[in-house]
Each structure stands twice: as C-alpha cells, then as structure tokens.
Design a protein around this ligand. Structure first.
Ligand code: KIV
Length: 272
C-alpha cells in the first residue's frame, strides 16, 4: 500500500468529502477485472472506476458506445470481488440512462443490486438532470462527468479539449453547480482547460476529479492500462506513464516462447 494512504478504512463518499475539506488529493484509477482491481486496491487507490473505457481497452472497440449494461455489470462484479478499501464506482453505459428517468433508475438499480458496487457515474449535465435526480432519490450515489464526455463523441466529432469557448465554459460551470445542488457526491472533469477546472473545484464543495484537467482539482483519474503503459499509440498530453508493461509483457512472453521451443521449460523441478 502506498505510504500516502494513511487511512486504511474503507473509502466512502463521506470520506471523499472529508478529503476535499482537508485538502487531501484523491487518487482514482479504472479497473475492469478481479486481478487488476486487487492490485490497484492493495496499492492504496481511493476510488476504482469500472469505466466504460472497458469498451476500448478490454473489448477493443473504437468508442465507448457499444458497452452494454450486462457487460458493465459483469466487469463491476469482478472488480468488487477484488476490492477491500477503495470506493467502487461504475459507469452507466451509453443508452442505459438517456432515454428516460425510469429506465435510468432501473439500470442503476441493476448495477447496484447485481455488482454490489457503491456508486454510479453518468455523463452529462442539465440534459440528464431528471435521470440523475431519480437515481439519487433511490439512495444511489452519483458521480457526474462533464467536459469531454466520450459517450457523446459522435456529437463532438473529435476528442479535442472541451469548453475552450466562453459559452461552453459557462454551461459547464452551471452544470457543475447543478450537479452539486441536486446531490451528486463528486464530479469528473475530462479534458478541459486547467484554469476552468480549478475554478469549478473552488466553486463547488463536492470533490472534483480531473483527467486532462490540470492540477488545481481535488483528485486525478487515469485509465489503468494507459498509465501502466499497456496501451500503445495513445499519448495525450495529460497521460503520464508510470510503467512500460507493454515491453515487460512482450519480453516475458518472448522468453517463454523461446523456453518452450528449446525445451528449456519445463525443467525437472517444474514437473511431477
Ligand atoms: O470510462 C472511463 O475510463 C472514464 C474515465 C476516463 C474518467 O470515464
């Protein structure tokens, strides 16, 4: 466990609020399966997001849109089994909450009931207010997500930085305040100017977690495969790689292939 993770108790939404109050940064990463979730949790992460980025890194899709509710629940169930300390948040997939608020609530209830995760994340602001409110009214914690919202990629047309123009920045600030007011416990801001993200973090009392949103927010999130260097050809400016697992895995597997081909593996002590 990280030496920075002094508090060994289970992370809750309340604890995240306390962290913001005392100025302690929140560390969040994605995970999609039991083994990775266990490693991430044991290393001292505060929040694990079962992101719909599973669509990209697990399923090999180009966008997050194909992800289904059943698939998200499958990933979430696996993650929850590997986690002791972190708060587990699950992305509501595209199409599971935009239709109407009843459908949104039914989707959120399935996630909570079947996966045993502790919160859901939803992309969007005023357009999905009714759905968020209905889910919150059922006692399900909601994390908002504004800025670059990948489920709307077909509307945006690019993965470029969002809210550079004043009108979009103002709408984002309004949406952030609305999410706070209706009771979201936290908010992700993706790929927006650092000055705007800092302003939002200062103006709302709920923890603001950034990805490509600079250092003035209350915490950071990255896709675990990206930060471990398992994904290739994806190098946005905001991504810091903490390992080069592509190379490590490639070399290890190359070594194994060689050992099998040369009959070096298994040796006498590796057999019965
Ligand atoms: O799906 C995901 O991984 C996310 C993060 C990038 C915030 O939504």
């Amino acid at each position: 466990m990280s030496t920075y993770t002094e508090d060994k108790r289970k992370v809750t939404t309340r604890r995240l609020a306390e962290m913001k109050q005392r100025g302690e940064k929140i560390a969040m990463l994605t995970a999609y399966d039991f083994s990775m979730a266990r490693l991430v949790d044991e290393a001292g992460i505060d929040v694990i997001l079962v992101g719909d980025s599973a669509s990209n890194v697990m399923a090999g899709n180009v966008t997050t849109l194909p992800m289904t509710l059943d698939q998200m629940i499958y990933h979430a169930k696996s993650v929850v089994k590997g986690v002791n300390r972190a708060l587990v948040v699950v992305d509501m997939p595209f199409g599971s909450y935009q239709g109407n608020s009843k459908e949104a609530l039914a989707s959120a209830i399935r996630i909570m009931k079947e996966s045993h995760a502790e919160a859901v994340k939803m992309e969007g602001g005023s357009e999905i207010r009714e759905s968020i409110e209905r889910i919150l009214s059922a006692g399900i914690p909601v994390m908002g997500h504004l800025g670059l919202t990948p489920q709307s990629i077909n509307k945006f047309g690019t993965y470029n930085v969002r809210a550079k123009e004043e009108a979009e920045a103002n709408k984002l600030i309004e949406d952030a305040k609305m999410l706070e007011e209706i009771g979201c416990f936290s908010l992700v801001l993706e790929k927006i100017p650092a000055t705007l993200a800092t302003k939002v973090a200062q103006e709302v009392s709920i923890p603001v977690i950034g990805i490509g949103a600079g250092g003035g927010v209350d915490g950071q999130v990255l896709v675990v495969h990206d930060m471990l260097g398992m994904t290739k050809g994806f190098s946005p400016r905001f991504l810091r790689r903490y390992a080069d697992l592509s190379t490590v895995i490639n070399e290890a597997i190359g070594h194994y292939v060689e050992d099998v081909k040369t009959s070096d593996f298994p040796n006498e002590s590796e057999q019965y």
